[in-house]
Design a binder for this molecule. Structure first.
Ligand code: PMP
Length: 375
């Protein structure tokens, strides 16, 4: 079997050792005579895996005791609604900084949820210009452009826009905008766990698992205890963040196999040297790709401004859509898959999550050079 060089945006490549471990343990988990999927979520075998996954997350990200780590279902899309349902009180407003398609979706769901519950949302800043695909959402805002209300329930940012390839603080000297008093909330679905970050600066972060954490079906939420306590109690219990927080994310049946895979991925990540080692590896991969784009300015062009270029999702265009189709088809013949840009924006998108091997990127960069030369 030859495994593909998988550049999909999510579900995405998983580390081979994490998959091999699952294969080896599949039929007989921990000498129990059954798979982990067949165990009760209240049994000691599964509970050990669940606890290990939570402990690894706390260790790898140095999550302070002020913050809870939760496993939630429903995808990051559910959080778009669940977040305002919990945190926006009657008469209160939540602020949104919109830098791409996922921020738009988060805002739109929050609008509905807050209208239902007596609150509201406000756009604190948008980099959408309405000028078409290559001119809209090409950068993160400068801090002075964000007009956040200090009394807002929270200020929501999308730390990495998976479709537009726009990310905050690619250069470590460029921090997230300061929310100026209100808790900062981030959708980190596509740039969680690729580098260390200071969890204590955030009231809440959430990330769908299917990029850097494991298979789809689990959302990791890291939230301050203070925000959990402040959360509304007049919404169904299953949507209250205090429910997983008070029950170690075992209030009802969790996606046990997904969490088991998360454990495998995190153990692999720790074995490679943790998040600082992963950051160095990821920055090299992204630098190689942007280098290949910038080396052929007449052929490849990245619509994203340099300081906002994503390390996780590298997007670029070719001279024509036909060239792009040819690029994707020829790369596929070489075992490279998942390169087609999102249908809403077109172009090419290379996702370079943690499990994407540097050698795959090297192969792609070689291919890009040869393809541009042929024209
Ligand atoms: N936010 C971002 C930044 C994403 O990339 C995605 C999925 N690609 C989502 C939210 C939605 O995630 P899900 O499909 O898990 O609901």
């Amino acid at each position: 079997m030859s495994r593909k060089k998988n550049f999909n945006a999510g579900p995405a490549a998983l580390p081979l050792p994490a998959l091999e471990r699952a294969r080896d343990e599949l039929l007989d988990f921990a000498n129990s005579g059954m798979s982990v999927m067949e165990h009760s979520h209240r049994g000691k075998e599964y509970e050990a895996v669940h606890d290990e996954a939570l402990a690894l997350l706390r260790e790898l990200l140095a999550v302070p005791a002020t913050h809870e780590i939760l496993f939630v279902q429903g995808g990051a899309s559910q959080l778009f609604a669940q977040l305002p349902m919990n945190l926006v009180q009657k008469g209160q407003t939540a602020d949104y900084v919109v830098t791409g398609a996922w921020g738009e979706k988060a805002l739109s769901e929050a609008k509905v949820a807050t209208a239902m519950l007596g609150g509201a949302v406000r756009v604190a800043c948008t980099t959408g210009t309405g000028e078409g695909k290559e001119k809209s959402y090409v950068r993160v805002p400068r801090p002075d452009e964000v007009k956040a209300d200090p009394a807002a329930a929270y200020v929501h940012v999308t730390s990495n826009e998976t479709i537009h390839g726009v990310e905050y603080a690619v250069d470590p000297s460029r921090p997230f905008p300061s929310p100026g008093g209100a808790p900062l909330v981030a959708d980190m679905s596509s740039d969680f766990l690729w580098r260390p970050f200071d969890v204590s600066r955030f009231g809440l972060v959430y990330a769908g698992a299917q990029k850097n954490i494991g298979p789809s079906g689990v959302v990791v939420v890291i939230v301050s205890k203070e925000l959990v306590e402040r959360g509304r109690k007049d919404i169904p219990k299953i949507f209250q963040l205090r429910t997983p927080a008070e029950n170690k994310s075992l209030y009802n049946t969790p996606p046990t196999f997904g969490i088991y895979m998360i454990r495998n991925v995190l153990a692999w990540l720790k074995g490679l040297g943790g998040l600082s080692a992963m950051e160095a590896r990821n920055r090299k991969k992204a630098a190689r790709l942007y280098g290949a784009i910038d080396a052929n300015p007449g052929f490849y062009r990245c619509p994203v401004e340099k300081e906002s270029r994503s390390v996780m999702n590298v997007v670029f265009r070719l001279p024509s859509e036909q060239d792009e189709e040819r690029f994707v088809a020829e790369a596929k013949k070489l075992g490279m898959v998942g390169l087609k840009g999102h249908r809403s924006v077109g172009g090419i998108r290379v996702s370079t999550y943690n499990a994407v091997e540097p050698e795959w990127v090297d192969a792609l960069v070689d291919f890009m050079g040869a393809f541009a030369k042929r024209g």
